[in-house]
Design a protein around this ligand. Structure first.
Ligand SMILES: O=C(O)CCC(=O)C(=O)O
Length: 223
């Protein structure tokens, strides 16, 4: 690992990440970059020409109360958005992940989730999906474009579960975890395995007037 990559995060934070399975890095982007992303998210959200149930890059989510199916995410996004492409390969982000890996990080996949007001959010899951070619070194970086909190639908993460491997069948399918999985699994102990986020992208029960977009960037270790 290069000295620059090591310097990207303090040693204590790297230890905390390995203990908990996640970490928060504040002020990673400049105000100007965040403003650019905010404007870009609004622009990309306006691509009505692409929003179609036959377009496999579109993801949909029901309103948590009315059940109305609404557009929620472009996955992938970097080919639609030069700003998202730049942020997804931002040297400060990749250096921070390299500091966690102890070796260079590479972009693996990307998406832009919009979470419109009232979006149901995502159920409890692990991001790792056991496709044959899916890298075990998979780490997700979430760039929250604006302030997120428990009240407005922040992603919820659970410490320690990254050491427990894949908590669902390794059959290449997405699996929702049962809501009690985080408690039920507590206390098991296995050898540390590659970091995997166990999270729940919560429902947006407080009806904000605006989108709360976030960019999800997944990295892996080997080119
Ligand atoms: O919406 C979130 O906060 C998390 C979304 C997520 O985990 C995913 O897209 O895999």
């Amino acid at each position: 690992m290069t000295t620059e990559a090591q310097a990207a995060l303090p040693a204590g934070q790297i230890r905390q990440y390995h203990a908990d399975g996640f970490t928060t890095v504040r002020r990673m982007l400049t105000d100007k970059e965040v403003d650019e992303l905010t404007a870009e998210a609004a622009r990309v959200f306006g691509r009505e020409d692409l929003k179609d149930s036959d377009n496999i890059r579109c993801r949909w989510s029901n309103h948590f109360e009315t059940g109305e199916c609404r557009f929620d995410c472009f996955d992938p996004v970097i080919d639609l958005s030069p700003v998202c492409a730049r942020i997804a390969c931002h040297p400060r982000i990749l250096d921070a992940v390299a500091a966690l890996y102890g070796e260079p990080a590479f972009l693996f996949k990307d998406k832009l989730i919009f979470k419109p007001p009232g979006a149901k959010g995502y159920d409890l899951h692990q991001d790792y999906i056991s496709w044959r070619s899916f890298p075990r070194s998979f780490v997700t970086v979430i760039v929250a474009i604006d302030a997120s909190s428990a009240a407005n639908g922040a992603t919820e993460v659970f410490p320690g579960y990254h050491t427990r491997g894949c908590l669902t069948p390794e059959d290449g399918q997405y699996h929702q975890l049962p809501t009690d999985a985080v408690d039920a699994a507590a206390g098991c102990s296995t050898a540390p395995s590659p970091a995997r986020r166990t999270d729940r992208g919560n429902a947006r029960r407080h009806h904000q007037a605006e989108l709360r977009p976030l960019v999800l960037i997944a990295t892996h270790r080997h080119p």
